[in-house]
Design a binder for this molecule. Sequence first.
Ligand SMILES: Cc1cc2nc3c(=O)[nH]c(=O)nc-3n(C[C@H](O)[C@H](O)[C@H](O)COP(=O)(O)OP(=O)(O)OC[C@H]3O[C@@H](n4cnc5c(N)ncnc54)[C@H](O)[C@@H]3O)c2cc1C
Ligand code: SF4
Length: 499
Amino acid sequence: MGKATGFMDYERVDANASTPKERIKNFCEFHIALSLEEQKRQAARCMECGVPFCQYGEAIQGMTSGCPLHNLIPEWNDLVYHGNFEQAYIRLKKTSNFPEFTSRVCPALCEKACTCGLHGDAVSTKENEKAIIEYAYAHGFAGPKPPQVRTEKKVAVIGSGPSGLAVADQLNQRGHEVTVFERNDAIGGLLRYGIPNMKLEKHIIDRKVAVMEAEGVHFVVNADVGKTTDIKKLKKEYDAIVLCCGASNPRNIEAPGREGDGIYFAVDFLTATTKRLVDGVLPESAFTDASFPSAKGKDVIIIGGGDTGNDCVGTCIRHGAKSVTQLEMMPEPPAERLESNPWPQWPLVKKTDYGQEESAAVFGQDPRLYTTTVSEFIRDKKGNLKKVVLVSLKSEVDKKTGRRMMVPDESTKREVPCQLVLIAAGFLGSESYVTKAFGVDVTERTNVKTGADDHKTSVAGIYTAGDMHTGQSLVVKAIAEGRACAAEVDAYLMGYTNL
Ligand SMILES: Cc1cc2nc3c(=O)[nH]c(=O)nc-3n(C[C@H](O)[C@H](O)[C@H](O)COP(=O)(O)OP(=O)(O)OC[C@H]3O[C@@H](n4cnc5c(N)ncnc54)[C@H](O)[C@@H]3O)c2cc1C
Ligand code: SF4
């Protein structure tokens, strides 16, 4: 351990963020890195615990506690404290393919399980991770390192989100020839079209993709496998295929008035914004273009109180919305952990994210309305959305199943003005045209079916990883899935694996 008393000597210091009113002027990342000297002090706060829960990464009470990649956190915190960023980068890369993504978008499961966080502030592990990877790029350690030996085995990866990229990176480093097929016009999956620019600027993805290309990974965009790209040909050409197509089937809201303009799924709305951004700014022409889902001057209702809903809040505020309301079906969580939810479990507490902070700064209030949903969409004679009917929900036990459910309290119905609705109510699983085309079995949730602890589908030589396998999850878990799957594919191709 670098500094035995570090956690007592130094307070936690987070990276500065520009003020909400300043940062909503554009769609750029808004965290300002700490100085290297301060970052080293922050790393000194790590106690290098005998049992580091931060790197545990397994489920406790059904929720993941610690880093799913089992990142060697105490080791690289110590190296950062000593200013040895090159070694810290080498340790970090042993378990993580894409620290440049996780250090920006991960909810930092490690910090919620940090021993320092039991009675005080957790070590700023996510920020330390970002300092290591950005130092590595700035000082030339993160450049291309092509494999020395090639195996002459060919692997096709379908889908270029974090799981597909992790599979490709691992198998390419092992010497296999990997081609990634992506139906969109750019690589990255939800990192590219989903997570907004202010959380992850897209040149960060391009920087890593360029490294992977230089290392020998082939990327094919605009290739919708099962529609525009022939599966028979793929099966003939490749020794193994890995399906990493995500869980892109959005959950709908069935209510009268649903059909028609003015109602979008969150990912379609966020994608449209990312596609129009020029240097982190939306050009004025976007708002006058009828095909662009603009929130400018509109009363917006976002259905879904989770992280995707929060991304919509931040994006709508940057569009110049008149008002933004975010609906959550469940009751408001507590401010502190309950006794039933002790450390190091994932804390089930109220989190105020960047979009909600920005709403408070711009509109003077948190946008969230708890135990509330939409029961009807009201349109004018021309079919334009003009209002929605909101209804409060109450918890009741279902007499047939005995399960607790949220049911509408009809006496609470009220109309509110609304010209734009964004549905951020989660995802239902994989898209059937891909699973049917490959003939792989799916579960009742439409995730691709495999054994309990593997990534093998019902068809020999075809594997799966990421959200398509687990259902909608997190970037860090998708990377962990991709790594585990790559080891199985390697063993299938070579008879053993050293991944
Ligand atoms: C709006 C939003 C914000 C999020 N924010 C965060 C966050 O801040 N932090 C976090 O950890 N997680 C976040 N998540 C979740 C996270 O993005 C996902 O869990 C993760 O991206 C899953 O990775 P994946 O590789 O399995 O799938 P995806 O990222 O969904 O990638 C799948 C890719 O497969 C492609 N594809 C699908 N079918 C085909 C086909 N037939 N042929 C070719 N290509 C195909 C898709 O176009 C897509 O590019 C967010 C999710 C959403 C929706
Ligand atoms: S990937 Fe996430 S959980 Fe793991 S060390 Fe980084 S921030 Fe923590």
